[in-house]
Design a binder for this molecule. Sequence first.
Ligand code: GDP
Length: 534
Amino acid sequence: MLDRASNQPELPPEIARRRTFAIISHPDAGKTTLTEKFLLYGGAIQMAGQVRAKGEARRTRSDFMQMEKDRGISVSASAMSFDFGKYRFNLVDTPGHSDFSEDTYRTLTAVDAAVMVIDGAKGVESQTQKLFEVCRLRDLPILTFCNKMDRESRDTFEIIDEIQENLAIDVTPASWPIGVGRDFLGCYDLLRDRLELMDRADRNKVAESIQINGLDDPKLAEHVPAELLSKFLEEVEMAKELLPPLDHQALLDGTLTPIWFGSAINSFGVQELMQGIAEYGPVPQPQPAEPRQIAPDEKKVAGFVFKVQANMDPKHRDRVAFVRMASGHFKRGMKLTHVRSKKPMAISNPVLFLASDRELAEEAWAGDIIGIPNHGQLRIGDTLTEGEGLRATGIPSFAPELLQTCRAGDPLKSKHLEKALMQFAEEGAAKVFKPAFGSGFIVGVVGALQFEVLASRIELEYGLPVRFEASQFTSARWVTGSKEAVDAFVAANKQHISHDNDGDVVYLTRLQWDIDRVERDYPDITLSSTKEMM
Ligand code: GDP
């Protein structure tokens, strides 16, 4: 396990001021609204609403994006960088829909913490729970924002209980709401002893913040009506008895989450949350790699690709590889070694995603996310270094849970289809298996919606109408073992054999019985449902 705390204090200031995180939430909880307000207070945009406006302008570019819009889901992740006081925040967006969990998983390998947004009326919803489980796998520190407090919401203790019970994490209140729904007045900031009063008239206005001298300060009664005040004081007293205090180490270990209450749309509670991320969020963390872990303060630059996005600009065939910088001080124009191919790469036009505009990245430090345009050399899981043969680990590829056969509408276009499918496979949008026997390609995804997305992208980006049909197979397993063992296995099981886009051998079947049989009859062969990207 990585030791987070021991490298918290001594990093160079440029690295120590970075906070790289993602927001996880159930659709509609308020992730987009919160992101907008982050950017607003980060000074990245002048007016809230721009993220959405720009997003929409971009989305209308193609039907695929139209589909994304119609369904109200965000298919692709992106990264945004902005400053908050002396801190640099790197916010990596996660796709919200459950069908894209693999992409989400990889995105979460690129961050050091997650902000969990929940709707105060709905509590922990299914997608929040799933995303939380992914964070838990990596022991990511979590900061919680309970949103929509301006509406009728659940009882504060009930919300906290639900998080503790459903997610098995301790919760400590960083703020406490005063009043609910129409009577919601604001919050008491328990970390700073301030009263924050929400302004319902102006949604972009920062809340009035009043310094209070502890909970018995008579000043409280000047601002809070008597009946709200007595209930609030009673609740806070109870909270202090029942809930744990903020233990920074427990937060960094991912066993305790501080919770802020607010209303993103009213810009309320957002700055306190940002302050919390700045003060308590983890600094850039060491990255697991082979043969050794990469520490953020190493002099030499290293980074790894966690996402590849093709055709961000439909006029070009280019792709952008999203790279999480793991160490060092990167400068534009640097020559880095692409470890998988051992070839040098001059990184001459890296992109930094400042708010909603792309900008050339003149430099980047450990913790930053940069985009590197390329023609396909960079794949998910690739590592870039200043020469050392390091390989970032922990970026898995999951066996798909759904398989279908893909055929070109025009049988003569099969080569074109192969090219299109291979590109999507490299992007990580699907698994593509070429069967040793028979025609067509077998495409594997984690969620059914991805077939629709692929079909419309292939048509749009390659002008190829395609059909997805039921496949005779339902499971895929990567085959590993010595060369002789794999060759013998392949020769004896031809009907079940295919190759993925890296040329690795994959066993396809529809019966668990087959998998059990292989495990019994071929002790030298391993069938696995994940493959580490490399
Ligand atoms: P996402 O799907 O998680 O990105 O959620 P959005 O940010 O798009 O928000 C979903 C809906 O909730 C939108 O209609 C927002 O205007 C609304 N919303 C967001 N924050 C608040 C809030 O603090 N209070 C209320 N009443 N509505 C909110």
